[in-house]
Design a protein around this ligand. Structure first.
Ligand code: ATP
Ligand code: MG
Length: 522
C-alpha cells in the first residue's frame, strides 16, 4: 500500500488522559481514535488491520482445536438474563434499554445465556456432544472507570468460547486443550506471558486460570515462585502455612458485605497483625458480591478468622468460622516446592473457566444420555480480550520512539522509505522494489512515497508505527547502497550493488530476492 493514499493520521501530541505507552502510541500512531473520551474507540485503517491479524491468529488456533465460530446477536433480550438470574446481580456494568414496544434488552457484557440458548435449541443428545462454539464479537461493559485506551474500554472485542459436555471429565479434557491452545496463540503473537491460577468467585474450586501478559503497567498483581512453575493471581494465591503462637497479635477488620438481593451485613475478619486481609478471598468466604470499607463499630455477629490462627485465639461471636483470608507476602514459601514467592505485574488477556452446570441448570440446557436420561450439560467458558491484546503487545514491545509490533501483529512487514520522492532514481528504485516485493512476492509492504514529507518525518513515522523493517532508499543510492533498518533495535544492514545497473530490470529482481530472503529468514 502507498503511504500517500492511506489514512494514517500520526501526531506528535500525547492525549491528555493517556499515561500508558500503549494508549499514547496507539493514538499517536493513528491506529485508533477516541470517541468522546470515555472508553469508546474507532479503529482507523492500520488499527483495524492489526485487529484483524490478531483475530485471525486466535481463530486459526481455535479452529485447529476443533472449535466452531458463530456470531450471536449483539442485542440480547433481558428475559434470557432473567432466566439465569443474572439480570439483578450484574449491577451497573450492564447496559439496559427498552425497544419501542417497551421490551427490555441489554448489550451483552459476556454471552453465556445467549450461547446456552443457541445450544439448548439445537443439541438434544449425548451423540451431539462435546461441542465448543465461539464468537469474536463486541462486548459492552459500562466500566466504572474506563481507562488506558484499549486496555479497559467500555466497548471491546472479545473472543468468547463455550464448551458443552456430557461429563465433568470431558469438560476438564477440553479445559486442558484450551489451555494449550491459548499458549499457542500467545506464543504466536510474540508475548511473554504466564498462566496463573485465578479466583473462581463464589463457585470456588481450582477450575479457573488466567493468561497474564507480564508488564509493569499491569493492573493485576501475580504471585510467582522463583523455583517452580507455580503462579497465581494474588486473589487466589496460597503459600506454605506459617506457624504462629498464642502471643501473635491479631487485628480485626470490619467490612460491609453486599449481596445480590440488595441485602448487606457487617462482617468482622481476624488476621495476624503482620498480614494483609485479601479482600477477594474474604468476599468469597462470606459468599458476598462485594465488600466495602465500614467504620461502624457493630458487635461481632459474623466473624471469619484466618485459618492460620486456628486454636490460637479465643475471639467470640454469634457465628464464627475459619477460612484462608490472608494475602500472600513476597518472600513467603511456595506450597509446592518451598521456593520463594515474589510479586510481579500482569495484564489479564485471557481467562478460562470450568463452569459446570451453573448456566445449563437454570436455563434447562439438557441432553439425553445413553440411557435416555435427561441431564444438564457440563460447561466450560474461555475468553480472550482481543482488543486488549493490542495494548498488551505494545506494553511489552515499545521504546521511547513508538511501537514495535511483533511479527504476527505488525500492520506491514516492511516500510520502503523513499527519502526524497522527487528524486527520480530513488523513486524509480522504490517503485520497482515495491512491485517486486509486494506484488510478486506478496510481502506486506508499505511504500512511503509521500512527496511533501522530508526524510526526517518519514523515519519518525516508521519508528512510531513500529513496522518491523524499513528499507531506506536515500543518498547512498548513487554509490550503490541502500539500508535495511530493524525497528526492534534500530540496527542496520546494508545492501550494495553496482550503481551502473540502476534501471536495469534484471538487477531489481536480484536485489528484491536478497531483501526478501533476509526478511523472511530473520
Ligand atoms: P478485568 O478483571 O480486567 O476487568 P474480567 O475478569 O472482567 O477482566 P472476563 O470477564 O474474564 O474479564 O473477560 C474475558 C477477557 O476480556 C479478559 O480476560 C480481558 O482480556 C478482556 N476484558 C475484560 N474487560 C475488558 C475491558 N473493559 N476492555 C477490554 N478488554 C476487557
Ligand atoms: Mg472486569
Amino acid at each position: 500500500m502507498r503511504y500517500s493514499k492511506l489514512l494514517i493520521p500520526t501526531t506528535k501530541e500525547t492525549p491528555n488522559d493517556a499515561t500508558l505507552a500503549s494508549h499514547i502510541y496507539l493514538i499517536r500512531g493513528g491506529f485508533i481514535q477516541s470517541v468522546g473520551g470515555s472508553g469508546l474507540y474507532n479503529f482507523l485503517p492500520l488499527g483495524k488491520k492489526i485487529l484483524d491479524k490478531v483475530r485471525a491468529v486466535v481463530k486459526e488456533e481455535l479452529d485447529k482445536a476443533g472449535c466452531q465460530e458463530v456470531s450471536l446477536s449483539f442485542v440480547t433480550p433481558a428475559s434470557l438474563w432473567q432466566e439465569s438470574g443474572r439480570l439483578d446481580k450484574y449491577g451497573k456494568e450492564l447496559l439496559r434499554f427498552k425497544d419501542r414496544k417497551n421490551n427490555d434488552f441489554i448489550l451483552g457484557p459476556t454471552h453465556e445465556e445467549m450461547m446456552v440458548n443457541l445450544v439448548r435449541q439445537t443439541v438434544k443428545s449425548y451423540k451431539q456432544l462435546p461441542l465448543n462454539v465461539y464468537q469474536i464479537n463486541l462486548k459492552f461493559r459500562d466500566e466504572i472507570r474506563p481507562r488506558f485506551g484499549l486496555m479497559r474500554g467500555r466497548e471491546f472485542l472479545m473472543k468468547d468460547a463455550y464448551s458443552f459436555h456430557a461429563s465433568t471429565e470431558d469438560m476438564q479434557r477440553e479445559f486442558a486443550l484450551m489451555e494449550e491452545t491459548y499458549k499457542k496463540i500467545f506464543l504466536r503473537l510474540g508475548l511473554e506471558f504466564r498462566v496463573v491460577e485465578a479466583d473462581s468467585g463464589a463457585i470456588g474450586g481450582s477450575g479457573s486460570k488466567e493468561f497474564m501478559i507480564l508488564a509493569d503497567s499491569g493492573e493485576d498483581t501475580i504471585v510467582v515462585c522463583d523455583s517452580c512453575e507455580y503462579g497465581a493471581n494474588i486473589e487466589a494465591a496460597i503459600s506454605k502455612p506459617k506457624s504462629y503462637d498464642a502471643n501473635t497479635e491479631i487485628k480485626i477488620i470490619t467490612m460491609k458485605a453486599l449481596y445480590d438481593d440488595g441485602e448487606s451485613k457487617i462482617v468482622h475478619f481476624a488476621v495476624p497483625a503482620s498480614i494483609e486481609l485479601q479482600e477477594v478471598k474474604a468476599c468469597n468466604a462470606v459468599n458476598a458480591n462485594d465488600l466495602v470499607a465500614c467504620d461502624e463499630s457493630a458487635t461481632m455477629t459474623t466473624l471469619i478468622v484466618d485459618s492460620a490462627l486456628k486454636g490460637l485465639e479465643t475471639l467470640e461471636a454469634d457465628e464464627k468460622s475459619y477460612a484462608d483470608i490472608s494475602s500472600v507476602c513476597e518472600g513467603d514459601s511456595c506450597v509446592h516446592c518451598e521456593g520463594t514467592l515474589r510479586y510481579t505485574k500482569g495484564i489479564e488477556a485471557g481467562h478460562i473457566f470450568q463452569l459446570g452446570t451453573q448456566y445449563s441448570e437454570p436455563l434447562a440446557c439438557n441432553f439425553l444420555d445413553e440411557n435416555g436420561k435427561s441431564k444438564p450439560m457440563v460447561m466450560g467458558t474461555y475468553g480472550i480480550g482481543v482488543s486488549r491484546l493490542l495494548a498488551g503487545i505494545i506494553e511489552q514491545n515499545h521504546d521511547d520512539k513508538g511501537c514495535i509490533w511483533t511479527k504476527e501483529s505488525a500492520p506491514f512487514e516492511l516500510d520502503i522509505i523513499v527519502a526524497n520522492a522527487k528524486d527520480e532514481a530513488q523513486s524509480l528504485l522504490g517503485e520497482n522494489l515495491y512491485a517486486k516485493l509486494h506484488t510478486v512476492r506478496h510481502l506486506d509492504v508499505l511504500l512511503d512515497d509521500r512527496t511533501k514529507e522530508r526524510f526526517g518525518p518519514k523515519m519518525k513515522d516508521f519508528e512510531l508505527l513500529g513496522i518491523p523493517y524499513a528499507l531506506v532508499i536515500g543518498k547512498g543510492l548513487s554509490e550503490g547502497k541502500i539500508e535495511l533498518i530493524h525497528r526492534k533495535d534500530m540496527s542496520k544492514v546494508e545492501f550494495t550493488f553496482d550503481p551502473e545497473t540502476i534501471g536495469q530490470f534484471k538487477y531489481f529482481d536480484a536485489l528484491a530476492a536478497d531483501i526478501y530472503k533476509y526478511i523472511r529468514e530473520n
